[in-house]
Design a protein around this ligand. Structure first.
Ligand code: BGC
Length: 758
């Protein structure tokens, strides 16, 4: 155990600077003289990538379980399962002598093209936050640290180390930060990793507002802020901004720069001490869990299979699934034998083993006649002889299972996807097979949405199997044969066309900047607001059974924001097999002083039901479920009024709406000034009290004058609405002749009354 303060007191300036920079690609620096050991980090996020050489970034790593990637994890909507996965990851970390796992990644899926979307949970910050909290809790409950990444606004790979995400404060607070906020406040991760990119012109590694003001001060983060690997340009600036640990190391020039800056008084020693304290506390925490030993690879493989099965999403089914009473099956597509189960880059795991669908399927149906055709050659090019062979085996069988996958390395860290299409060779393959075999089922392996218009209408069923991890093949077999009833639902919208996607006109940016012009309208928030049709909506997924939602009710129809409200609904399994349903609650603000998305996910629950069984689902909504971030007041606010609570099976399948009345307890300071518009003055109760009577008088006078000028009767009051969006000082300026004093003086008088309460 380390006495942090005693160690700190004995450290030289040089030792402090060195401690805040790694010693190798993965280890922190030890201070042997004072008994401070090094600790080890490893990627992350869906399996351990424990390299065999501490000095190399990308090299062989020790075998570890490759769990499904985050797209699939989020589609489980099952935090309890993610907690279990976190515990398993911790066991592997302990066995492989890793103190902190570099994950989870909680960046938002702003565009389906981001090359790293497979590593991220969702387009929705609430869902991403819930998943992250569960995974972190699982890991840390076993004494292994989590490192939430990449903070913040790292939503594309294009120019990721230079580009500046130009994003307004409200959007940042409502969309890009809440998953980090939930993770930090509720799960207390040991580390947070800053992003490579700039945010509004400032490198995330030097972003004082993000790293210190928001993360440490506002959210109370007590752990270590680590750089993304190689994200630090200026160690002194980054230290001053709140970046505690630079990775990888060693970087003697950076350590020297810190020492010199401290000596010259350019960086406060207190700032350095704060970073040192955080690193020492981390080392102390990590060392409390002894490392080494084995992990149960078989059990973890089984868990990976269970998670994969729960995250896979049945997108279409004309009744062909589950497969029963089939005598012969044609399996088509290279990915049935060479599974596409994880992505490229730092998250790439060396799996303990990998199951192939071709083998897993045949274990289920020993009595079935099986045939296989590759479908397309290894280089992915369209070749007629491969298609002809596939059509032949498909036509001879009762059912054709076509395995379609994105080409190897098409989804990776470091670059984005260029399109949402499946390669042409596979599109031709699906169409040809479907034309020959009406019972064609497509199984997709990909980490992010693809478009399907070219082929989906021709097939009988589609299973989204994601980057399913090393045990995903068994999960596919379990679902196709009905051993597992699918219960995954999409954590991201599948659009009809790339051109429909929210960031399309602002992607991927130019001249070093990417403008988040769509604001908070990403994912379903955007498609809802634009009333755009989509291929598959957020929250959607089919089951082999059906569920009825009845008896919706709330704990109170009128409530204070700080008390929150609970929504109840009875869910009944109305089909013939057991199944799990994800019940979702979206909140709609019926009237707000700022534009808000038509609805936002604020709660969900997954419930398992036997045929005929009914359960009451309870979902609680707190202050934040109703609040929005007001840039003017720089805080979360609620406004009194009516809200709709939409209870649904997906974002597009709302079964019940309950309207409630919220009483806001938020007391806002009066923000009126001379430049505030007439509308703002009238919307504010204090403004209305002092200015309302004068305004009415002005309006009547103006109506009379304008009407007379037009040679007729007084004109209608509506014609005067043009005044509402003018600043008060300008409106009064036009009326100055009728005022007792210059417009500025009248405004000053009104402001004195408003602010002084006179
Ligand atoms: C990635 C991080 C990763 C780190 C270490 C970086 O390139 O962005 O997510 O944890 O490398 O491999």
């Amino acid at each position: 155990m380390l006495d942090v303060e005693a160690v700190l007191a004995q450290m030289t300036l040089e030792e402090k600077a060195a401690l805040c920079i790694g010693a190798t690609a993965w280890d922190t620096s030890a201070v042997e003289r004072l008994g401070v050991p090094a600790i080890t980090m490893a990627d992350g996020p869906h399996g351990l990538r424990r390299t065999t050489d501490a000095n190399l970034l990308l090299t062989q790593s020790l075998p570890a379980t490759c769990f499904p990637t985050a797209s699939c994890l989020a589609a489980t909507w099952n935090p309890a399962l993610l907690q279990q996965m976190g515990e398993a990851l911790a066991e592997e970390a302990i066995a492989l002598r890793v103190d902190v796992l570099l994950g989870p990644g909680v960046n938002m899926k702003r565009s389906p093209l981001c090359g790293r979307n497979f590593e991220y949970f969702s387009e929705d910050p609430f869902l991403a936050g819930e998943m992250a909290v569960a995974l972190i809790n699982g890991l840390q409950s076993r004494g292994v640290g989590a490192c939430v990444k990449h903070f913040a606004a790292n939503n594309q790979e294009f120019q990721r180390m230079v580009i500046s995400a130009e994003v307004d404060e409200r959007t940042l607070r409502e969309i890009y930060l809440p998953a980090f906020e939930a993770a930090v406040k509720r799960a207390k991760p040991w580390m947070v990793m800053c992003a490579y990119n700039k945010v509004n012109g400032v490198l995330a590694s030097e972003h004082r507002q993000l790293l210190t003001d928001i993360l440490k001060q506002e959210w109370g983060f007590e752990g270590v802020v680590v750089s993304d690997w190689g994200a630090v340009r200026d160690r002194v600036k980054s230290l001053a901004a709140g970046l505690d640990l630079e990775m990888p190391g060693p970087k003697p020039s950076h350590a020297r720069a810190v020492v010199e800056a401290a000596r010259a008084g350019l960086v406060a020693e207190a700032a350095l001490d704060d970073a040192v304290r955080r690193v020492l506390r981390l080392v102390d925490k990590a060392r409390r869990t002894p490392k080494g030993g084995d992990f149960d690879a078989e059990a973890h493989h089984a868990l990976a299979r269970q998670i994969a099965a729960e995250g896979m999403v049945l997108l279409k089914n004309n009744g062909v699934l589950p497969l029963t009473g089939v005598a012969s099956i044609a399996v088509i597509g290279r990915s049935a034998r060479e599974p596409y189960f994880q992505g490229g880059g730092s998250s790439n795991v060396n799996p303990t083993r990998v199951d192939a669908p071709w083998d897993a399927l045949r274990q289920h149906g020993a009595a079935i006649r099986w045939a296989y055709a590759e479908g397309y050659p290894a280089d992915g090019s369209p070749r007629q002889e491969f298609i002809d062979e596939a059509v032949r085996v498909a036509a001879e069988a009762d059912v054709a299972l076509v395995f379609a996958a994105l080409p190897p390395l098409s989804e990776s860290e470091g670059y984005d996807r260029a399109s949402l299409d499946l390669p042409p060779a596979q599109v031709s393959l699906i169409r040809a097979v479907a034309a020959a075999q009406p019972n064609t089922v497509v199984i997709l392996n990909n980490g992010a949405p693809m478009v399907m218009s070219a082929w989906i209408d021709s097939v009988a069923a589609v299973l989204e199997a994601w980057m399913m991890g090393q045990a995903g093949a068994g999960a596919i077999a379990d679902i196709l044969f009905g051993k597992v009833n699918p219960s995954g639902k999409l954590a991201e919208t599948f659009p009809l066309r790339l051109e429909d996607t929210p960031a399309h006109l602002n992607w991927p940016g130019e001249a070093g900047k990417v403008r988040y012009g769509e604001g908070p309208y990403i994912g379903y928030r955007y498609y809802d607001a634009k009333a755009l049709p989509v291929l598959f909506p957020f929250g959607f997924g089919l089951s082999y059974t059906t569920f009825a939602y009845t008896n919706p009710r709330v704990s109170a129809t009128t409530f204070r924001d700080v008390d929150g409200v609970t929504v109840y609904v009875d869910v009944t399994n109305t089909g013939a097999v057991a199944g799990k349903e994800v019940v979702q609650v979206y909140v709609r603000d019926r009237q707000a002083s700022l534009p808000r998305p038509p609805k936002e996910l604020k709660g969900f629950a997954k419930v398992e039901l036997q045929p005929g069984e009914t359960r009451t689902v309870a979902i609680s909504l707190d202050f934040r479920a109703f609040a929005f971030y007001h840039p003017k007041y720089q805080r979360w606010v609620t406004e009194s009024g009516e809200f709709d609570l939409l209870i649904g099976a997906s974002s597009a399948d709302v079964r019940h709406t309950v309207t409630v009345a919220l009483e806001s307890t938020v007391a806002l300071p009066c923000a009126l000034d001379a430049e505030s518009t007439v509308r703002e003055w009238l919307a504010d109760p204090r403004g209305r009290a002092v200015f309302g009577p004068l305004f009415e008088q002005m309006r009547r006078e103006m109506a009379r004058v304008m009407g007379a000028e037009a040679g007729g009767e007084p004109i209608g009051m509506d014609a005067l609405n043009f005044m509402l969006d003018m600043p008060l000082v300008a409106v009064l300026g036009f009326q100055e002749a009728a005022l007792p004093a210059p417009a500025e003086a009248v405004v000053a008088g009104l402001l004195a009354k408003v602010h002084g309460g006179a």
